[in-house]
Write a new protein. Structure first.
Lengths: 179, 51
């Protein structure tokens, strides 16, 4: 395990576990989109279906993370020192760091789980305790910037990886053609 | 991998949207047309505060 890789060496990315992560991501993001768009008084039943779907997805994910604390299903545990080290290596132009697994994603996953989880849970509580509605609305509105930041981060890191790949290929070509 | 995630997300969004729509239209007894109208208003309005 390198200092930039926060995952333990025992992590096994089996197809079933990856499929679970894909399904969780799809269910949560799909439910979030529908819930966000139907957050109106006249579409309350639709909002409820989407909200409880998101809550169920989060509950299953948390349960899987608790039951399997090692491997791809473990809950995100970002490390500040690892992140700072990775950022330093990226800033210094170390091409290998650009293409490696990025510790920023763990921070983003944690932020998403916290904000979207709080919004979802407060929505379920607001179903029975009316004063929670305002809190739920505020958390729902706060979730969107975090989700958009997540999308922006993924796109930015993908760009970084692509640039790193091009640089590596370019270096190989130079080595091959050099006398 | 990102493309696969986006495809899954789009499919899940569609499934959840259809299920939620059906729940409101059929179980809620509002009817398809009225639910469609409410949904269009909610999406077009983009305002979460109906009060």
């Amino acid at each position: 395990m390198t200092p930039t890789d926060p995952r333990p060496t025992t992590a096994r990315r089996t197809p079933g576990r990856l499929l679970f992560l894909f399904a969780f991501h799809a269910a949560l993001s799909g439910a979030f989109i529908v819930a966000y768009l139907t957050g109106d008084e006249d579409t309350y039943a639709m909002h409820q279906v989407a909200g409880y779907t998101a809550l169920a997805a989060l509950a299953v994910r948390l349960l899987a993370g608790v039951l399997m604390p090692v491997g791809p299903l473990r809950l995100p545990r970002p490390s500040l020192s690892v992140t700072l080290d990775w950022l330093r290596r990226v800033a210094s132009g170390e091409a290998r760091a650009w293409g490696q697994r990025r510790p920023l994603l763990a921070w983003m996953a944690l932020a998403l789980l916290a904000v979207v989880g709080a919004a979802t849970l407060s929505g379920a509580i607001a179903d029975f305790v009316i004063p929670f509605e305002k809190l739920h609305e505020a958390l729902g509105e706060a979730s969107l910037p975090v989700v958009l930041a997540h999308v922006a981060l993924v796109v930015a890191l993908l760009g970084l990886k692509t640039v790193a790949g091009r640089r590596a290929r370019s270096n190989i070509r130079h080595e091959v053609t050099a006398p | 991998m990102i493309r696969r995630m986006l495809t899954h997300t789009a499919a899940a969004t569609l499934v959840i949207a259809v299920a939620a729509f059906a729940f409101q239209a059929l179980a809620g007894g509002e009817g398809v047309a009225r639910t469609a109208g409410s949904l269009a208003t909610a999406i077009a309005g983009g305002d979460h505060d109906a009060d």
